[in-house]
Write a protein that binds this ligand. Structure first.
Ligand SMILES: CC(C)(COP(=O)(O)OP(=O)(O)OC[C@H]1O[C@@H](n2cnc3c(N)ncnc32)[C@H](O)[C@@H]1OP(=O)(O)O)[C@@H](O)C(=O)NCCC(=O)NCCS
Length: 163
């Protein structure tokens, strides 16, 4: 197993054996969750996928990123609702930055719902900057669509080291 051990938390490569637990978190965390097919497609495409475990709660979160030539695109970052507010997302962002550095990536990219103030605050406090808006990017209720804020973190300016 490709595992990184740190006190009270362990990140390992997300595999098919994790999917039931990951889907359960996904369905609690989002109004419009990814499907099992989305996760399987990501696995088969070879995306960077890691799942976070704690001794007390087992699988508590995960992230999925697409590696480009000199950048990483964060596609999904989620923490189980009962385990939020304990630094798990920040810890996974540290791990993502570590992966980016190993790959000599110049920057990280992500999209986030404009209404997702909690996630936007997380990313802003971590050092990401707003760099644009993708109109009607996400599904929303009542046949509506919601804009995405595009955010970027320049690795040379990233000050957060692995936790
Ligand atoms: C957004 C999310 C990933 C944050 O995960 P988390 O583990 O709770 O975040 P952390 O505990 O690492 O907190 C890091 C930052 O998030 C913010 N945050 C955490 N808990 C918060 C709360 N209860 N209220 C407001 N902001 C909060 C803070 O800015 C915090 O910064 P700090 O470390 O400087 O205090 C989590 O809420 C989640 O999974 N939400 C649903 C899925 C989602 O929206 N994912 C993002 C898609 S782009």
């Amino acid at each position: 197993m490709n595992a990184v051990v740190r006190p009270h938390r362990l990140l390992h490569t997300l595999g098919e054996a994790d999917l039931d637990a990951v889907l359960a978190i996904e369905q609690l965390a989002y109004e419009f969750p990814w499907t099992r097919g989305n996760f399987l497609d990501s696995l088969h495409a070879g995306y960077l996928m890691q799942v976070l475990l704690t001794p007390a709660h087992g699988r508590v979160g995960y992230f999925i990123a697409l590696a480009g030539v000199d950048e990483l695109h964060l596609l999904n970052l989620s923490v189980a609702p009962p385990c939020q507010g304990q630094g798990h997302a920040r810890y996974m962002l540290d791990a993502l930055c570590e992966l980016a550095r190993q790959r000599c990536a110049a920057q990280l990219w992500l999209e986030v719902r404009i209404s997702n103030t909690r996630a936007r605050e997380l990313y802003e406090r971590y050092g990401f900057c707003n760099v644009g808006v993708r109109r009607a990017y996400y599904p929303a209720h009542g046949c509506q669509r919601e804009d995405a804020v595009v955010m970027s973190l320049q690795m040379a300016k990233a000050t957060h080291g692995p936790g």
